[in-house]
Structure formats: C-alpha cells, structure tokens
Design a binder for this molecule. Sequence first.
Ligand code: SF4
Length: 295
Amino acid sequence: MTNLMNFSDILEMSKDKNKKLYEICELLEAENTEISVEEIRNKTGVILEAMKSAIKSGLESDEKSTSGMCGDDCARLISMYKNSKSLFSVLHQKILTYSLATIEQNARMGKIAACPTAGSCGIVPSVIIAVSEELKTNKDREIDALITAGLIGKIVSNKLALAGAVAGCQSECGVAAAMAAAAIVELYDGTNIQIINAAALTLKNIMGLVCDPVAGLVEIPCVKRNAFLSIYAVVGAELALAGIESVIPIDEIVDAMKQVGEMMSPKLKESSEAGLATTPTGLKITEELIQKWNN
Ligand code: SF4
C-alpha cells in the first residue's frame, strides 16, 4: 500500500468503489505486491491460525517467564471464572483471558503474532477470536476483521513509528487497541465510517501513554496493559457502533500522537529510566534480576 495513503484517502476510495475497507486494503496490497487477493487472504489466515495457537497454548499454561515477573495471571483469571465470580459477560471474560494468554506466551518466549508489535500482541487476537466465537462467525469474517485491523495499523505507521522506543506505548498498545476496535466494528458489520471512528476514538483517548518497562523487559506493565487495552478496544467499538463520532478527524489525531511522541522524554520511551521502571519497587526488581543473572 502506498505510503502516501491516509485515512481520508482510503475512506474516499472506499466510497468511490462502494467497498468495505478490508476490500480496498486487499486490492491495494494485491496491486503493490503483485500477489492475488486470494493469496493475501490465505497468508492472513496463516497469521490468524498462529494467533489462535498462541491463545490455546497460553490458556493451558501457568509457567512463569524467565524473570519470574509474570506468567500465571491468565490462569488466575480462569480459576476465578470457574467459580463464577465476575463482573463481566462471557465475551468480556474471553477477551481478557485470550489477551493475557497471548501476551504471557510472549513473555515465555513462545510463538506469537506481533500485532503490531510483540509487546501488544494480545490485544487484536483476543477481540477478533472472542467476538468471532460470540457471533459464531466463520474464518472468512475473521480474516476480514484482521485485514481491517492491519489497515488501521498500516496507515498509522505511515506517520508514526510503531515502537515504544520512538513514540511511547501509545504507538504499541494504543495502536493495537485502535486496530482491535476497528476489527470489532467490522465483525459487527459496522460501516466504514464507524470503523474509522472506533479507531479514532480509541487512539484519541490513549494518547501520551508512556513506555516504562521494569528492567527493560516486556512484562511490567506490558502484560496487564494488554488486558486493559483489549477491553478499551471494546469501548471504542461500542461507541462507534452507536454512531458516536470523533470530532477530531483520525488523520489529525495521528499527527497529534506523532507530536506527543516527539515531545515525550527519551526517559519514557523504552529506556527504563523513568516511570514505573524507576519506582522503588521497579528498581528493586531490576537489582534482584541483575544479581540473579550475574550468578
Ligand atoms: S510499555 Fe513499552 S515495552 Fe511494554 S508494551 Fe508498551 S511500548 Fe511495549
């Protein structure tokens, strides 16, 4: 897809051609890569299977990561749900557990699909798979949703590097949440405008999120952040499906995120020199890990 493409262009194109956003994305991708739409969908299906496999493995494990900082939160949640104690619907429970299952697999060095990054890998798969199960939809629709999510990530990435080291966590988990919100709207047969609004509302409200991982590992706060932002995506989708629009157009929101990312101190961009990483507890954990790994 051309790097000049922004959200207003793509909406205009979808209107002219009377197609859904995922269909426009497939056509542009086919044109640029010279592979057929069918092959693009097949490749997307392979990624989808990797996501499902990560969820399955994660749901079956309570193994801690090498650091010992995480790995058993998903199991804890499942155990609570078995006892029927929950504020959430079954759909929300699934989203939370699928999200934690995936990101904990990442922390264990298991196989995941980065979406858009490894640190945010739980958000998009959790909503696509859980919502698809809820709607009893088929793989084709899951692929439509994943391509929709990919389109959002791709267009944002034309302006904003999707890396905590460049623009903070707003560009990793924040963008993943926007991608996920868009995917949910697609699964619920929302309009193209609603898809873009879901992404816009989500991005707008996550702006400025810093990247401050304890000991430089993608574990604290990353693991629990995936769970939080998966649910956050549901809020973005719900508002958009109700017809609620973002007053600030999405292209302007991405420009603002870029500006905020540039203004963010390097200490809050994956260097672990501020924020949670330098709290007394964060520093204590870091010191203990250094000692453990030096012995
Ligand atoms: S806090 Fe940093 S390392 Fe963790 S998920 Fe966010 S961007 Fe990635």
